[in-house]
Design a protein around this ligand. Structure first.
Ligand SMILES: C[S@@+](CC[C@H](N)C(=O)[O-])C[C@H]1O[C@@H](n2cnc3c(N)ncnc32)[C@H](O)[C@@H]1O
Length: 243
């Protein structure tokens, strides 16, 4: 089964082309294939995301704004890490909504990272592939908030990596917010996320403060003279580190 079977593809030709790329799956955790895929997409990635209404960034900003004070948002000493920062679109949305604090990024693909560098938003952008077996480049810096849109998935960053992200990179009291697709195809992956979070909760390391469905992408399709809204289901989660 593919995700495609779960929802109809856009009928508008430009949206269809963009969404076909957005909806392409690489082999799970195959970094050779993943790097080739993003190497070829990096320069046009932002155009595709302009063609398809994508809601994860606005959902992220709404949730962070409810958790982080205005003073913190504007403080250089308040540090956010954008994991799988891609071309830097989380950074763009955060800046547009008054987050003038320090933002760093970790991203696996050099070509995507070049696009993010050009946006001149991030303090440090590190190229690094996050896996359960690689050492995360923390450089002695822990973050007040870590965010990730589109990085934790059944093809990209494994659920088990949440443990190191929280342990190594997050300050006590800090928030880790991430969004995942909530499709049938993502079901097993989302179960593995649940298992990792349950383990961290059972040791008192974290509390889960938010788990909420949202429309990840949405678009209209025209069929037989009528318009239908299609939404690809997503899930936002936020946890807080307790110890
Ligand atoms: C769908 S893009 C999302 C980019 C960005 N967060 C956004 O919202 O536009 C997924 C990104 O995850 C990166 N990625 C994939 N696997 C990764 C890994 N194991 N570690 C770090 N980044 C990874 C890819 O290179 C790509 O830039």
């Amino acid at each position: 089964m593919s995700d495609e079977a779960e929802y109809k593809m856009p009928s508008d030709p430009a949206q269809l082309q963009a969404f076909t790329r957005i909806d392409t799956y690489v082999k799970p955790y195959d970094m050779d294939e993943t790097q080739k895929f993003y190497n070829s997409w990096a320069k046009t990635y932002d155009d595709d995301y302009k063609a398809i209404p994508y809601h994860a960034h606005s959902i992220l900003v709404n949730t962070l704004s409810s958790l982080i004070s205005e003073e913190q948002r504007k403080s250089e000493n308040f540090r956010i890490l954008d994991l799988a920062s891609g071309t830097g679109n989380c950074g763009v949305t955060l800046r547009e909504h008054g987050f003038s604090c320090t933002i760093d990024g970790i991203e696996a693909n050099e070509a995507m990272n070049v696009q993010a560098v050009q946006k001149n938003i991030y303090r440090n952008l590190m190229v690094h592939v996050v896996t359960p077996d690689t050492h995360i480049p923390a450089e002695g810096c822990r973050y007040d908030a870590i965010i990730c849109t589109g990085g934790f998935s059944r093809t990209h960053i494994q659920a088990d990596c949440i443990k190191d992200v929280v342990r190594i990179l997050l300050k006590i009291g800090g928030f880790f917010w991430f969004s995942v697709r909530n499709t049938k195809l993502a079901c097993d992956y989302n179960k593995s996320v649940e298992a990792v979070l349950a383990e961290l909760q059972s040791t008192g390391s974290i509390e889960v403060i938010l788990k909420k469905p949202f429309d990840y992408y949405s678009y209209n399709i025209e069929q037989h003279g009528s318009t239908e809204k299609v939404a690809v289901p997503g899930l936002e989660r936020c946890i807080r580190k307790l110890k």
